[in-house]
Design a protein around this ligand. Sequence first.
Ligand SMILES: *[C@@H]1O[C@H](CO)[C@@H](O)[C@H](O)[C@H]1NC(C)=O
Ligand SMILES: *[C@@H]1O[C@H](CO)[C@@H](O)[C@H](O)[C@H]1NC(C)=O
Ligand SMILES: *[C@@H]1O[C@H](CO)[C@@H](O)[C@H](O)[C@H]1NC(C)=O
Ligand SMILES: *[C@@H]1O[C@H](CO)[C@@H](O)[C@H](O)[C@H]1NC(C)=O
Ligand SMILES: *[C@@H]1O[C@H](CO)[C@@H](O)[C@H](O)[C@H]1NC(C)=O
Ligand SMILES: *[C@@H]1O[C@H](CO)[C@@H](O)[C@H](O)[C@H]1NC(C)=O
Length: 523
Amino acid sequence: MQLCYKLEYLLALAHLASALTATIPTVAPSGAPVISPSLISLSLEQDRWTDWSGTTSRNEFFFNTLDNLKQITGKPPHIRIGANSEDHTDFNSNVQFAQDIFPAASATVPYPEATNITVGNSYYLTARFLPPGTHVTWGVNFGQNNITAAFLEARSIKDAFNSPALKSAGIVLDFIEIGNEPDLYRNNGLRSSSYNSTQYTQEWIRFANNVSAAAGISATSHTKFIGASFAGSSHGAGFSPQAIFSAGILDSAPGKLMSTISQHRYSGSFCSGSEGLLQDLMTKATIRGNLSTFSPDIAATRQRGLDYVLGETNSYACHGAPGVSNTAGAALWTLDYALFAPQIGISRVFFHEGVGFKYNLIQPATLTRSTLDGSSLPTPLPPHVQPQYYAAVVAAEAIGSTGLSQAVELSVDDPTVSGYAFFEGGKLVRALFVNFKAFLASSAARGVVHISLGFAETSTRASNITIKRLAIEHADDTSGLAWGGQSYETPNGRKSGTLITTTGSVQSGFDIHDTEAVLITFD
Ligand SMILES: *[C@@H]1O[C@H](CO)[C@@H](O)[C@H](O)[C@H]1NC(C)=O
Ligand SMILES: *[C@@H]1O[C@H](CO)[C@@H](O)[C@H](O)[C@H]1NC(C)=O
Ligand SMILES: *[C@@H]1O[C@H](CO)[C@@H](O)[C@H](O)[C@H]1NC(C)=O
Ligand SMILES: *[C@@H]1O[C@H](CO)[C@@H](O)[C@H](O)[C@H]1NC(C)=O
Ligand SMILES: *[C@@H]1O[C@H](CO)[C@@H](O)[C@H](O)[C@H]1NC(C)=O
Ligand SMILES: *[C@@H]1O[C@H](CO)[C@@H](O)[C@H](O)[C@H]1NC(C)=O
């Protein structure tokens, strides 16, 4: 009996505490990708765009959440505005800002996208409320196959970005996107059920000819076209970058003005209301699986000399799954997902957001309905950040402010721990580790992994480290996170609290608990 008890006890301990060695290069390996300071960027559903920006004055809360990130990396996140509602948007110069027609809310979709949006010039001009230096992508209507809508929108977008307010703030239009997820048009009624990539390419060229003239896109303009914006990839005759390249899109006059390809990805969907398990999202292998799906598309795109981004992504499609997308565990998913992306050639990751969506980093407006089931809230919920916002902050600190830092994924021999090393001027400066094991409110005991640091090269480096933790009480918590002891869950979105870090030595390594991220800074 006694022996059995001891053995069980030891096994339990062994399960809860394990040890790993992470071998870290002290100089950037050749080919280590440069990481964009705006790696974590945002895609916004455009029906409620002015709820984000503000109409006659800026939305201070949204501004602050973007500016926080700019203060860390020197660059604000890039903002893509459009998505599903871009293909339902008309233009009318008599409309001030926007007029929306919304369908009824439901428990599964508490904040549905507008079915009809009509915008006027002032709508686009509110981009002046973004932080100075913001890079913007804007979508125009292609879904309704009405070239007048695309033309009027493109012209108004050009006028907005040429206005003194935007020019003096250095807010620039990087791209116009023509249509959102055109590979789904054959399923959602926007085209015939036989719509294919050849027809799409011909129509895109016709629209892009018109839009390039209307928006002033030329060989010498800063603004270019972002291409594809497909919901997925079938890697073959279907809607893939490869398919539209073979259909000749890049050989056309406007196609020569396409400098970046964008595709979209969700790891699953909540469209029919089926819930997911948080641990399924928080899985190192499936994060790699979901992103690596695009490897052939990325290779084909880069071979043509174009850049490649995930122009719209998040955890589960149809605004996220309750208890999964809105939780602290999703913050760890976001962090690792974004950092893994550049390892396979994705330059930037635009996390999709809409007012009241479950998977938001930021809720920019006061909500009166629950984002989880659409029920009326007893008291209105003011603007706030959700757990995923911390991922943007942590990534920003790991990336730093040089604009030229590089990162590589470390080979960590554990299916529940990932790690990345960051280099500035080629020298190791920081390392970030994520422990994906979900410690839920219902979990009994929290495990811990001890990580010993080994160096790939013999090193005379300083031997002390600073340790900063993203503290999460439970993976299924929806608030209460702390990054180095500080909170962003404040009325104005600015951080509060005193910074808490600890110091240690390279020799002694550090512990990482289940459901935690740890940033190590080398002296
Ligand atoms: C085409 O777009 C214009 C501008 O958005 C709009 O006024 C017009 O009603 C649209 N036509 C159709 C047939 O939808
Ligand atoms: C809304 O748009 C649809 C097409 O997407 C159109 O059939 C309908 O007439 C529009 N409704 C209004 C009120 O404009
Ligand atoms: C673009 O389309 C609009 C609306 O149909 C038209 O007035 C304009 O002349 C077109 N521009 C070009 C360059 O084709
Ligand atoms: C798309 O359909 C057209 C006929 O409607 C056909 O000529 C073309 O080959 C098809 N393209 C692809 C990629 O299947
Ligand atoms: C994507 O992630 C989900 C879990 O979020 C997983 O079920 C799915 O298998 C993953 N897909 C791939 C291709 O790895
Ligand atoms: C490392 O930390 C120890 C104790 O805090 C300190 O005495 C030592 O000077 C530090 N070494 C370096 C290289 O910073």
